[in-house]
Design a protein. Sequence first.
Length: 221
Amino acid sequence: MPQSPSSTRRLVILISGRGSNMQALVRACRDEAWPAEVRAVVASRPDAAGLQWAQEQGIATAALYHKDFPSREAFDTALAQEIDRHEPDYVLLAGFMRVLTPAFVNHYAGRLVNIHPSLLPMFPGLHTHAQALATGVRLHGCTVHFVTPVLDHGPIIAQGCVPVLAGDTPEALAGRVLAVEHQVYPAAVRWLAQGRVRLTSDQRVEVDGEPPRLFMGAGAA
Ligand code: GAR
């Protein structure tokens, strides 16, 4: 049944670089006819490669360079102003490599979503693939979660896993994880757009009343 315009979820995607997750989200939103629209892509640097692709898709873009702002708070205030012009239902961090202030995070409480390249709560922060190799875990992956003021923490919406293989380099492992990221993030945002995600009183996510499914990436048994 066609959705009325009022049920179309407005999405704003934040990027810092190549934007392959942003592309996966835009394509899935369009090709799967989600009740959602990507209203804008906003980058934390003007040379973010993903901006050009978004422009070619006819999506509004903007870039704010953190070095143009005197403080993290000033950058986040300007960023929120740019985002709020589009009145988003959800703000999606897709390789957005800035630590956000608590004020910014709280402003979007329940509407701010991130993808992180590890099976959280393992390996928050940077260099997750090297961390995985250094600790000898056999399973690695990615997590889509609601953002809280604690870095790389918050209710988990979906996870995807891949095996760590003998002879893996951080780059090889990153590529295997990225492929499953491109499955997990669109699925999670589709669930959100379709209104199927609920947060329980103990801050766990349910999708259609069940724990979210686990995605198996390439090489997973
Ligand atoms: C992705 O692997 C994403 O999970 C990661 O950056 C990459 C961005 O790639 N995000 C983080 O590390 C956030 N802490 P992309 O620009 O091609 O989507």
